[in-house]
Design a protein around this ligand. Structure first.
Ligand SMILES: C[S@@+](CC[C@H](N)C(=O)[O-])C[C@H]1O[C@@H](n2cnc3c(N)ncnc32)[C@H](O)[C@@H]1O
Ligand code: SF4
Length: 362
């Protein structure tokens, strides 16, 4: 289950997510709507969980760490969660407190994903973040000292104010933090429409620079025991994010909250992105549903291939051979490495993942 928490205190310059700055006063009402929406799907929807409950629950945002922790705890207590489930909360560094993390563990949370973005204060200011590098290190320290919590961090590279030295210094801070920090996501900055950076006509670094920074990060992370398992994700082998793996393996999921997306079999649907309309829709109909689609076999095959290429699990060696020979692209095999019959892209191949996908699907 994905639970979207849309509240933020300010809007970061690169962020295109569905968030609300002045809606925090509605958090109680919002959590009532979330619980009602889950009840709606458990009674009317296709999510027949049996006795098991949800294998993973992911509170993403927005800023889930901004909400009253008891709301999160009561919500978790009200839904069926499987024994041993992975329960993640995205945390912004400025919210980090020892007692907050302790209460998360009491509620059954097993991992936090901390939005560090960079350890360079100049870049943090450019991103309009509400924390500095000291705040990020403090948050990581508090989370790592909390028994029962796995700790991951998010990084973003390639802004126009970042140089090689800035990125090198950020990733070099990860090595001494591992293995306590057991998961890192590193994303190339995207300048998305309707963001402040887009409005200011900012640009990110050119593709060659992004590629060099990606390879730099891959080398450092692999060197400290964090293995790549999806284009932008590295972890200790026992600390992969099961929730995200389910997306990449084309699994079913229920998304609740404004703007959340869901997937079941051939069906995909999504919720209204407005806070007030979402709450009103749940009161009226039980869900925030606003649109959906039924996928054709060919669409499913295409999406599965695209997702598989992004992951370490990759494709079976045989499937890859069939696809490359079908399109006369045998040279592409050089971009893959094969382990126990599974073929996944090498680091330099990952840089070309979109092109490889086009070549294997056209
Ligand atoms: C759901 S978002 C934000 C979570 C949390 N509120 C925070 O700011 O840390 C999860 C991650 O996506 C990444 N991200 C968001 N917008 C991005 C963009 N435009 N380009 C690259 N990465 C982005 C950031 O690393 C962010 O931590
Ligand atoms: S990046 Fe995170 S904190 Fe910043 S506006 Fe987006 S969701 Fe909120």
């Amino acid at each position: 289950m994905y639970v979207h928490i849309p509240f933020c205190t300010t809007k970061c310059s690169y962020c295109a997510f569905s968030v609300s700055h002045n809606g925090l006063g509605l958090q109680g009402e919002y959590f009532e709507a979330l619980a009602a929406e889950v009840r709606h799907y458990l009674t009317n929807g296709p999510f027949l969980l049996g006795d098991g409950g949800f294998d993973t629950v992911y509170f993403g945002g927005g800023t889930p760490s901004l909400v009253e922790p008891s709301l999160l705890g009561n919500f978790l207590a009200s839904i069926p969660v499987a024994i041993g489930a992975e329960v993640t909360v995205e945390v912004n560094p400025e919210s980090a407190r020892k007692d907050l993390f302790a209460s998360y563990v009491d509620f059954g949370v097993t991992r936090v994903s901390i939005g560090v973005q960079t350890f360079d204060d100049r870049v943090l200011r450019y991103f309009g973040r509400n924390h500095d590098s000291y705040g990020a290190e403090r948050a990581i320290g508090l989370a790592c000292d909390t028994e029962g919590l796995s700790v991951g961090i998010d990084l973003v590279y390639g802004s126009e104010v970042e140089d090689d030295e800035s990125w090198r210094s950020t990733i070099s801070k990860v090595a001494p933090l591992a293995p306590k920090v057991s998961h890192v996501s590193a994303y190339a900055l995207g300048i998305e429409p309707r963001t402040r950076l887009h409005h200011l006509r900012a640009s990110s670094q050119c593709e060659d620079v992004l590629a060099a920074r990606y390879l730099m990060a891959d080398e450092v992370f692999e060197g400290c025991g964090l293995a790549n398992y999806e284009v932008s994700n590295w972890s200790r082998p026992d600390r992969r994010c099961l929730h995200n793996l389910n997306y990449w393996n084309w699994g079913d999921y229920l998304g609740v909250g404004l703007g959340a997306h869901s997937h079941f079999g051939r069906l995909r649907w999504w919720n209204d992105p407005s806070l007030k309309r979402y709450i009103a829709a749940v009161k009226l109909d039980g869900s925030g549903f606003i649109g959906g689609e039924e996928l054709e076999d060919s669409q499913i095959a295409t999406e599965r291939l695209m997702l598989a290429l992004r992951t370490k699990k990759g494709l079976s060696e045989d499937e890859l051979k069939v696809l490359t020979s079908k399109y006369g692209n045998e040279k592409l095999l050089e971009l893959f490495e094969v382990e126990s019959g599974r073929a996944s892209l090498r680091p330099t191949g990952r840089l070309l993942a979109d092109g490889v996908f086009r070549a294997l699907s056209s």
